[in-house]
Design a protein around this ligand. Structure first.
Ligand SMILES: Cc1cc2nc3c(=O)[nH]c(=O)nc-3n(C[C@H](O)[C@H](O)[C@H](O)COP(=O)(O)OP(=O)(O)OC[C@H]3O[C@@H](n4cnc5c(N)ncnc54)[C@H](O)[C@@H]3O)c2cc1C
Length: 411
């Protein structure tokens, strides 16, 4: 018997997976649900810096989609190329899929603001393989440096720069600091502390600007105490091999440069051009339906939700998660001919880890920092990653890290 409607979900990240979970059982029984993602796993991005810093194993922060999707769901592990909203067709690599209802949640990619050389010469931290690449290069350059006689050459090889000091940049630097200064340095007796450098270059006046000023100041001091150099109000205009050129023309050298300074939405090509977009983000109504396309919902980093300043909501997992749930419920309401709910974002707080035993947070108006904030950070993210198999693995690894050094086998 042919099922009546085809619901297609693009992207199984925070927004897409939450929208999927909001679909009730009867939808799966009476209609066809298809999930499309170029990856075959759900990635818990908040823990990516911990993989880069070798605190967690790469497998611990992903959940296989085949394990977590309903048995009646069709999963297609392919890249979405474009959408035609007139014919209601999603084009994948080598396949076209028709839809009746669409939920688009393809997320974002690293944005380089057109900075010459940045994409070519910088590593990024967006996908699992990026975290593994950063971890590997940290381990690799220590191995190489151990074989070099010249102190200057060793220092050149062991210089790292993180461009951007939002949560991704600051958390990554905190984790890298632990790996470089507290693990690798101890394993390589030939290398001395002054030969290893980690520099955060931040275009804004202070790091972690979304936090209260006192917490930003605390975070800066804490990272600096862990041997991380921080330069605020420094904009990078160009990146060349081994150096970043500032707006003032100064060349800041670093063998490894990691760009965390921005993200922009996946710019979904729309053949008929009927999505209204700004910098790739699709304008939505308050119900999360795409403007001019009532049977298309857009959530997460891709969605430009109407806000007073016109800039949309922050591109965070919290927003994507809440929007996903709302879009799933609204899709069901639309199919039943019921009234759709307007989305309201409830910020539950901000947390950022600064390496082992240290973090900052603003939760329900309270400011927290230090070991307590770190425990809150770990507990919150442990609970939020809702897959028991992975939670057990993560807990085991966190306990292990209290007693033994981080694993520095190059993968
Ligand atoms: C290192 C890092 C740390 C972060 N930490 C936090 C944090 O602590 N707290 C927080 O709130 N937010 C955090 N974020 C931001 C958060 O990850 C995003 O805002 C959130 O993932 C957005 O959800 P989404 O559903 O829009 O996109 P995603 O979760 O990115 O999901 C998009 C999905 O679409 C798939 N996809 C993309 N393009 C295609 C295509 N063309 N074809 C098929 N599939 C495709 C991807 O594989 C992915 O599965 C962090 C991000 C990073 C990179």
């Amino acid at each position: 018997m042919k099922k009546s409607k085809h619901i297609v979900i693009l992207g199984a990240g925070f927004g897409g997976y939450e929208a999927y979970k909001a679909l009730p059982q009867w939808i799966h029984k009476e209609h066809t649900v298809t999930v499309i993602d170029k990856k075959n796993h759900f990635l818990f991005t908040p823990l990516l810096p911990e993989v880069a810093g070798s605190s967690l194993d790469q497998h611990s922060i992903v959940a296989p989609l085949r394990d977590i999707l309903h048995k009646d769901t069709r999963f297609i592990n392919k890249k979405v190329v474009k959408v035609n909203t007139d014919t209601q067709i999603v084009s994948l690599e080598g396949e076209d899929i028709e839809y009746d209802y669409l939920i688009s949640a393809l997320g974002a990619e690293t944005f380089f603001y057109g900075t010459p050389g940045a994409e070519e010469h910088c590593l990024v931290l967006k996908h699992l393989e990026d975290a593994v690449a950063i971890r590997n290069i940290c381990i690799d350059v220590f191995e190489q440096a151990s074989q070099i006689e010249s102190k200057e050459e060793r220092a050149q090889l062991l210089s790292f720069m993180v461009v951007g000091a939002g949560p991704t940049g600051a958390e990554l630097a905190g984790e890298m600091g632990e790996l470089l200064f507290n693990t690798l340095l101890k394993q390589h007796p030939r290398i001395t502390r002054d030969e290893v450098s980690l520099h955060i270059v931040n275009g804004g006046p202070r790091i972690l600007q979304m936090f209260d000023e006192s917490l930003s100041a605390y975070a800066q001091k804490s990272l600096e105490q862990n041997h991380i150099r921080i330069s605020n109000n420094v904009r990078i205009n160009e990146v060349q091999e081994g150096k970043a050129i500032t707006a003032e023309g100064e060349a800041l050298t670093a063998y490894t440069i990691i760009w965390t300074a921005g993200v922009s939405a996946i710019d979904l090509t729309c053949e008929c051009g009927s999505f209204e977009k700004e910098r790739g983000r699709i304008f939505t109504k308050r119900t999360l339906q795409a403007k001019n396309n009532d049977n298309v919902f857009v959530v997460g980093d891709m969605a430009l939700f109407p806000t007073e300043d016109g800039r949309g909501l922050p591109m965070t997992a919290q927003v994507a998660h809440q929007q996903g749930e709302c879009a799933g419920n609204n899709l069901v309401a639309l199919m039943r001919g019921k009234e759709l709910k307007e989305f309201t974002y409830k910020e539950k707080g901000l947390l950022a880890s600064l390496g082992s035993f240290d973090a900052i947070g603003q939760v329900n108006g309270f400011k927290v920092k230090g070991v307590f904030a770190w425990l809150v950070w770990r507990s919150v993210y442990w609970i939020l990653f809702g897959f028991w198999r992975k939670r057990i693995a993560i807990l085991g690894e966190w306990i292990r890290n209290l007693f033994v050094p981080r694993d520095t086998s190059r993968l």
